[in-house]
Design a binder for this molecule. Structure first.
Ligand code: GAL
Length: 711
């Protein structure tokens, strides 16, 4: 198994096909040859078969070695309730194999065919208002529908039986982006499954009533049947009901994933299984840190949001988090885009060099396969304006030339395949429960954004030229611990069950430095307040106590002065401190003028610090710089390039691979010789490396190698 639960077992990876003679008489690579996967979603069913020959010719030219096939093919594979047509898929897969292209075969269940929703409209999801989500788009199915499951699993079994022995079958791709459009379903099926889930979680109605705090507003339940998903209510629905529904919805999809997987494992135990996660942007419905243990290979889809000024940092953050979810083992970038997408309000083409930079940023964070949506740009349908490897303009196009150039370049990076991302010394905790619960309604402010807070700390680390890992809080509880981290930051860790509070207290008392951000440690796993003053779960450790929250209006800021000056926004706490606490900054004005805003305290052999507001980015950079320096963490990058260049490191048994990534549109020179003279080039891609310096072109990425001396 892969992911957070990984044991000493070697992680599984794509089962590359055995060497065989290709259609042109050449030999394909042996299965064990090192390579980076390169390819796309391939939808041959959208094209006449004459086009397929051209597809494989151009795939080979571009260096494509794997494609995902069949993702949205259900209606063609099973045209009616009792007829099947696998002929076209057989021919497509045979053709790919004859051309040395491996197949990541989808189970084809992502989007139910019209005959199914006609015969069984009860598989259609229902939104919180009670409206049916109709067919016409895709993924219109209820995760908990027994009827959907019956039909979908029959298809999975057919697929598994039919292709079990096909030599091109290299990985199973379960469904597609589970939960992309249907994570929250409020139907009667969902209601009934939610009740079952709650019964397992709480065991008794009394316990549920306690956890949900139903003494409030006359919500006490006397039978299980009274319990519903949080459908449209007169006013704020019960917060614990909302949080549990978020947990349940993630679990319901995970259970569905497991149901498909079990069939595949029975028929083809030797074929690895994946499903494409969506660790990106504000996609939050699925707790992937929890899902990772269920797949053999962690895969991710990532798209940049062009309107986001921190889009590139977000890419780096998401790639980093995906790597952590994968237990720092290699993962598979299943989708990103060669250029514009079609689903944002304005869709921008990528600039020259961006395809390479974005791809290599994923690779730097552990991706061993770089794939796109999709191979050939569609002529019809909702995604006809979405870029592809082979655009409408055809092979004589800048995009196809970049795609082919990059495919060739991946050959030079083959030695990186299989290496793991190197643990950073800074860990930033990330937690889905806190994401879900901290942004619920009826809070001190509706303006706080969990992901933005975590991103702000990550960006501040990058601005200091430091590497930071985005560590799922779940992994701390799973016993993976925080060993190796000298500085651990908990941004907006709102939900803190006692075992997590204890683990973090142990971490700081035994030599680590824990930094707790605004609106952290507020509630327990049931979303009940830790009483006695905020932040209850960390109050004793931090030596601070706050009695009130001070919400700030959207444009309102407060000044901080002291060792770490700056401005705060959105929320403040009225902090009082124990005598042994150092006050590093105080609020000058705002609701709590004069009270401590940033505090730090020695605990055991470590330290615990608190930041009682949302700091402006300059101040946050200073805070991270100061705490990192105190912990003895120094940037390997010279001051002049910090924030412009990101350094990410992977390591194998014998080498470290250093990825220098230029975030800017300017040429940047990094005096690498000053930090290490023994670097050799793996892939420069337009950069120049001399004995003294590495010069990166605008948006350039260079991959250098350093022999490892330690084990
Ligand atoms: C993903 C999806 C693909 C395609 C792509 C477009 O959500 O898996 O099928 O729709 O987005 O960006």
């Amino acid at each position: 198994m892969s992911g957070l639960s990984s044991t000493s077992e070697a992680p599984r990876w794509v089962r590359w096909p055995e060497a065989h003679t290709l259609a042109d008489g050449t030999e394909s690579l042996p299965a064990g040859a090192a390579r980076i996967g390169y390819g796309a979603d391939y939808n041959p069913e959208q094209w006449p078969e004459e086009v397929w020959a051209d597809d494989v010719r151009l795939m080979r030219e571009a260096g494509v070695n794997i494609v995902s096939v069949g993702i949205f093919s259900w209606a063609l594979l099973q045209p009616t309730i009792d007829s099947w047509d696998f002929g076209w898929l057989d021919r497509a897969i045979d053709l790919l194999h004859a051309n040395g292209i491996a197949v990541d075969l989808a189970t084809a269940t992502a989007s139910p065919p019209p005959w199914l929703t006609e015969a069984h409209p009860e598989v259609l999801p229902v939104n919180r208002v009670g409206e049916t989500i109709w067919p016409g788009g895709r993924q219109q199915w209820r995760p908990t529908s027994p009827v959907f499951r019956r039909y979908a699993l029959a298809l999975v079994e057919k697929m598994a039986m039919r292709y079990a022995d096909h030599p091109a079958l290299s990985m199973w791709h379960i469904s597609n982006e589970l939960g992309c459009h249907n994570v929250y379903d409020y139907s009667d099926d969902a209601a009934s499954a939610f009740r079952d889930w709650l019964e397992v979680r709480y065991g008794s109605l009394a316990e549920l009533n306690r956890a949900w705090g139903t003494a409030f507003w006359s919500q006490n339940y006397s039978t299980w049947n009274q319990i519903l998903p949080p459908r449209l209510a007169a006013t704020h629905p019960n917060p614990t009901q909302q949080l549990d529904f978020a947990r349940f919805s993630s679990d319901a999809l995970k259970q569905y994933l497991v149901a498909e997987r079990e069939i595949l494992r029975q028929v083809t135990p030797e074929v690895p299984i994946t499903t494409n996660f969506m660790v990106m942007g504000e996609t939050r419905g699925m707790d992937y840190a929890d899902w990772a243990a269920e797949v053999d290979v962690v895969s991710n889809d990532h798209y940049l949001l062009v309107a986001d000024p921190t889009a590139f940092e977000e890419l780096s953050f998401s790639a980093n988090l995906t790597g952590q979810i994968a237990g720092r083992a290699p993962w598979f970038l299943m989708e990103h885009s060669t250029s514009a997408v079609n689903w944002q309000p304005v869709n921008q083409a990528k600039t020259p060099g961006q395809l390479r930079r974005d791809s290599l940023t994923h690779l730097a964070h552990g991706a061993d396969a770089i794939c796109f949506f999709q191979w050939r740009q569609s002529l019809a349908g909702a995604e006809k304006f979405h870029s592809a490897m082979l655009p409408h303009a055809g092979e004589n196009s800048a995009v196809f030339r970049s795609v082919s150039r990059f495919g060739g370049e991946l050959g030079t990076l083959a030695e990186v395949a299989g290496s793991r991302t190197k643990q950073a010394r800074i860990g930033i905790l990330f937690d889905w429960d806190s994401w879900w619960a901290s942004e619920l309604d009826s809070h001190p402010t509706e303006l706080l954004r969990y992901k933005a807070e975590a991103m702000a700390w990550y960006t501040a680390a990058l601005a200091n030229g430091l590497q930071a890992d985005i560590v799922p809080a779940r992994s701390v509880l799973n016993g993976h611990g925080l060993a190796g981290y000298d500085l651990v930051i908990a941004p907006m860790l709102y939900i803190v069950p006692q075992p997590l509070a204890d683990a973090l207290a142990d971490y700081s008392r035994s030599g680590g430095h824990l930094v707790v951000g605004v609106f952290s440690g507020i509630a327990d796993a049931d979303d009940h307040i830790h009483p006695g003053g905020y932040p209850g779960a960390f109050r004793e450790l931090l030596g601070v106590r706050a009695e009130e929250f001070g919400g700030l209006l959207p444009e309102q800021t407060v000044r901080l002065s002291g060792d770490l000056p700056g401005t705060g926004s959105l929320l403040t706490h009225d902090v009082s401190v124990e005598t042994d606490v150092d006050v590093l900054a105080r609020f000058d004005d705002g609701p709590f003028a004069g009270v401590p805003a940033i505090t730090s305290r020695a605990v055991g052999t470590g330290r615990a610090s608190f930041v009682a507001t949302v700091l402006d980015q300059v101040a946050l950079v200073a805070v991270v710089g100061r705490f990192a320096a105190d912990a003895g963490i120094r940037s390997p990058l010279p001051a002049g390039v910090r924030g412009s260049v990101q350094l990410a490191v992977r390591q194998s048994g014998t080498a470290e691979y250093l990825f220098y990534i230029n975030h800017t549109a300017q040429v940047v020179t990094v005096p690498v010789a000053a930090t290490d003279g023994s670097l050799t080039a793996v892939d420069l891609g337009g950069s120049t490396l001399t004995a003294e310096a590495l010069t990166l072109p605008a948006t350039g990425v260079a991959v250098l190698r350093r022999a490892r001396t330690e084990a």
